[in-house]
Design a protein around this ligand. Structure first.
Ligand SMILES: [Zn+2]
Length: 227
């Protein structure tokens, strides 16, 4: 029945993923008005931006940035909600392309070789059918003509529930949660680790640590928004 769904989707008016208004024929994913009003951080212009600071003293990152500011009920929240829960993969692609445009002129981010999305829990991936971070990675890769490596990182075990643990136990729980695939072709590469939202940074940190176990690698980080 997939073709019927595809056909129905063609007939329905496409709506802006940020404000919900119907899109004009020349618009794609986000309406012209919302594009002009996107809360861009321009963090890529500052080495010591708030995203980079999250990782100071925790893991050695080359550069880090977030594309958008997050405001409750704002455009960023709508975009992220549509990307995660309404199958709007096009939001990830669109925002990935925006970020890639910023990366092209950046002294460090322009040297990225491989883009790696933070893997989703197996259970979530089955429920959702796609990894939203991978959609963002695809958009970046499209513009920069780089490879996305969605299987570089594997969850070494399904992390058990975090709620009843102390901070220290929680870190133990996540720190060894990822393993990077060992392969000669990855040696010496600069990886861009991407996710949709940065909260505590514990998951991104654990992923970065796993990648840095590959000889001579470098890691940079990009997220759609910092919560
Ligand atoms: Zn709009």
């Amino acid at each position: 029945m997939k073709w019927i769904n595809d056909f129905v989707e063609l007939l329905l008016p496409k709506i802006c993923a940020a404000c919900g208004k119907p899109l004009e024929k020349n618009e794609n994913c986000i309406c012209t008005h919302c594009i002009a009003e996107l809360p861009l951080t321009n963090y890529h212009l500052y080495d010591d931006n708030p995203v980079a600071q999250v990782f100071w003293g925790r893991v050695n990152i080359q550069a880090a940035t977030a594309l958008l500011y997050f405001h409750k009920k704002g455009r960023t929240q709508h975009l992220l909600h549509n990307l995660k829960y309404n199958k709007r993969k096009d939001v990830g692609l669109f925002l990935g392309k925006l970020l890639a445009n910023q990366m092209e002129t950046h002294p460090i981010l322009s040297t990225v070789d491989i883009i790696v999305p933070v893997p989703l829990h197996h259970k979530r991936l089955t429920e959702r059918g796609y990894n939203q971070a991978e959609c963002f990675a695809e958009g970046i890769a499209d513009v920069l003509n780089k490879k996305v490596c969605p299987n570089l990182l594997k969850r070494s075990k399904e992390t058990t529930t975090q709620t009843r643990k102390t901070r220290e136990q929680r870190w133990q729980n996540v720190s060894d949660a990822f393993i990077a695939t060992e392969d000669n072709e990855y040696h010496g590469k600069h990886f861009l680790l991407v996710d949709d939202v940065l909260t505590t940074g514990a998951t991104l940190e654990a992923c970065a640590q796993a990648i840095l176990k590959i000889p001579q690698t470098k890691v940079s980080i990009a997220v759609i928004a910092k919560a």
